[in-house]
Design a protein around this ligand. Sequence first.
Ligand code: ATP
Ligand code: MG
Length: 722
Amino acid sequence: MDVSQLLDGLNDKQRDAVAAPAQDCLVLAGAGSGKTRVLIHRISWLMAVENIAPFSILAVTFTNKAAREMRGRLEHLQGRSLHSMWIGTFHGLAHRLLRAHYSEANLPEQFTILDSDDQHRLIRRIIKSMNLDEKHWPAKSIQWYINGNKDEGLRPNDIETHGDANQQKMREIYHAYQQTCDRSGLVDFAELLLRAYELWRDNPRVLKHYQDRFRAVLVDEFQDTNNIQYAWLKLLSADHNNMMIVGDDDQSIYGWRGANVENISHFLKDFPGSKTIRLEQNYRSTGNILKSANAVIDNNQGRLGKELWTQDAEGEKIGIYAGFNELDEARFIVGRIKEWLDGGNALSDCAILYRNNAQSRVLEEALLHEALPYRIYGGLRFFERQEIKDALSYLRLINHHQDDAAFERIVNTPTRGMGDKTLQNIREFARDHELSMWAASVLMLKEKRLSGRAGNALQAFVDLVQQLSADIAENALEQQADHVIKHSGLLAMYQAEKGEKAKARVENLEELVTACKQFEVPEEADDMTPLSAFLAHASLESGENQADAHQDAVQMMTIHTAKGLEYPLVFMGGVEEGMFPSAMSNDEPGRLEEERRLCYVGMTRAMQKLYMTYAECRRVYGQDKFHTASRFIREIPAECMEEIRLRQTVSQPVHNRFSPTTSHEAFNESGFNLGMRVEHAKFGEGTVLNYEGSGESARVQVQFDDFGAKWLVLAYAKLQPL
Ligand code: ATP
Ligand code: MG
């Protein structure tokens, strides 16, 4: 191949990195400066100029998707297949290594990977078999504990418990869990990494083989490696000097999962002859986007420090939109996406990014409403999420006792000591007598067909469902959901779990209550109860509408998932104090800085146009929470953004508007404010959402708590401010 081609389309510093002599090298640079591009060209260069065989190259990416893309681009550049090259995530590569050396790694040939859910279930079984109370030893916390220790390279024997009884018990559970895994040939995700590390550490011959084999090691997104991953790389590269790592300390966003940004400094210390190359030109974003992102991240302390500039024009200003509430925010986003589509653009060039998974629901519904296809990356659609299905199953069983699927899902969730055998008995009895599982249970209890313990457990469940049914019979839909989530034990169960995922589950449950509140029974379903109509709506939504793989669709994901990606049009939603940065991060400076880095990652995904939106009033768990614009918006230079108002755009933003103290501006002399709470004789209480016209023809849109959004002529509506 033509070598000069490999340097075409690169700037001087990028060329320095791509064509550097064999040595350890750190490419430290901000978002969109071409780090990933350099890495790919470097690999090609090594093959073409340094004659390194694909077989001798190891490249680590952050996701499998990134690995596939990298391989594709390399094969394209090289014009040949490169299957002997090792490109993958740390987990993928560790798996490959362990398969090749299972016996040295003390694993059976057919070892099985345990995914996170499997691991959770196994830990629960272990806890039970040790006769421990799950309330005191929640499986999720233990899982968090085990994985955290593995990420640090610690086996049970390495853990110092300082005589603390709790710590000792946790260590004991870890030990028992690991014994079971080892006996059954099970390997969890964290174990993959730890085993791969120990394999090399304890088998010098194997290590030597790979040290000789891999003449070049390249790592993308290095700032998010954890300690065990770094230790693994260090073993591999101890002897030869050809490791290139690329990263950006400002994009380290997995600290909460054990990633250690200090690995960058460790690298400089551990590889003393290494060369550092800084890339400073950004090729991704317009001037305004870049300047804004730089200004935001500048508020963090102790950065390694980077300057980023672009040759690009300033481009459009960052659009800031303050929705009156989250529905309004979603409508705004979807409106702009429609304009984008009407302008002849592809939906797949447009991404909606959010801080938490729960935020997707309102956005999903707004997109569905306009029949715009969308795809959610790295997560399930709202109504398909485990905790939502759990809660819906309670509601379904209450609504219709004969719903066997719902019965099966929740009869032992949260656990109430119902064994598999009892369940099997119920199933058989139901089948033999052609009864639903519910009816079978009631009959079996009446006829005392179950042993004491099993009978008690089942009786408790039947009583619970009956009690819940009676409690909510007269309630509005929202209260029904709220009551069931709280009193079924589901909320407590998820609250007792630890970790980000559990937190997200609690948020999703809260979001379900909001979904009920906002649900309007469609006209064609007015013969159904609100609960039945809502349940039908939820099942229909979960089954359909996810865009198929090749369909042009809006891309939706959390900011974490968007790392490394880029889109011409980007929306960041929910950029308000209390959401982003999250309320919890206020107490810890370290966390606040990680939130700010996350904001930086989100903003720098945008190529041409970036919108940051927030809701002044957001329903969280059925309660209106009033929020101000995120401090991150306030950190953007005034001249880089424009505030978008309904039906008018103020190009010179009133900066004060984003300060925490300003209230909604009066929209006319009528005495009503946007966002104000009002009462209507027929529709009850609601929030003013929008307005148009003036004088006699002035109309207002009000989001009524019980009747949804309505347009009313102000002169006739007789609205009372509250
Ligand atoms: P991130 O930190 O977000 O992962 P990055 O530093 O890895 O970003 P890339 O994704 O490699 O950046 O590059 C950003 C964009 O700029 C890509 O579209 C890439 O093709 C383009 N690009 C990089 N270098 C150049 C160049 N010298 N000339 C033209 N375009 C470039
Ligand atoms: Mg990159």
